[in-house]
Design a protein. Sequence first.
Length: 290
Amino acid sequence: MRTVNKGDELKTGPIMGGIFSYIAFAGGLDIPKVMDSYSTSTRFSIGGFDGRALEEGDYLESKATDISFKRMAGRRVHSLTESRSSGPVNIRVIPSSEQPALTNVIRDSFYTQKYTISSKSDRMGYRLAGKRIDMAEQHSVISEGTVWGDIQVPPDGQPIILMADRQTTGGYPVIGTVCSVDRSKLVQCSPGTEIQFTQINVEEAQTLFKKQKNWFKQQQERLNDLALKSKQSGEVSGVLARNKIDDLINIIKDSSFTQFSYSDKQIKLDIDHQSVMVQEKESTNQPEDQ
């Protein structure tokens, strides 16, 4: 993939971890909105860039912004999640209103055993493989609206966790719902990962959510302070700027991108997995963000 800017330089902030990586573009990408969103649905081929996954040779244009790459230097978001242990990933679940109708055997089996995320999982649902939840009589319910994180039990006894692209309604019994703060941790689990569920109540889930919300607020305030200090202090030193370019080179070369281009008033950078080309530009003696 090659990315190009429009009007001003391209600024990126990649964050790596789990099976998905994220890259942020200051000013946003210059692509049309569909249903008030820039997202892509490959299942329905709408949104984003021609409604499909990016391919080699695609060009993306970013909108103009006055935030310079040097202004972004040193800005990092600390991790909110705990360090990954060698055991199964713990996913906290709020029991559903249907759970009292299920037997103690089913509840005990669900919370004590480990499940493996199936290779058949996608954005619609994460299918789990483990000991079958055997219901003497299939517990049927009237179809109702679904929630991201609902854990359904279909007739084969293998739970399915409904994800972002879930169906709007469902009629399978729901054991519980993954608490909102654990959704991102679950999403980043690759097929073959072992997970284990822990039951919590609504009050505990609300406390976790407030803690996460406060963490995001603190991170936003910290990044805003860093941006203000950077603007007040003027240009970042050449050594620091060069170190950040080196970091960018290493990140891109370790990614799945086949090619990456970056340009500002001081430097032009082209990276692929075989070579790195850096071209210094003549200094204008002016801060880049002016």
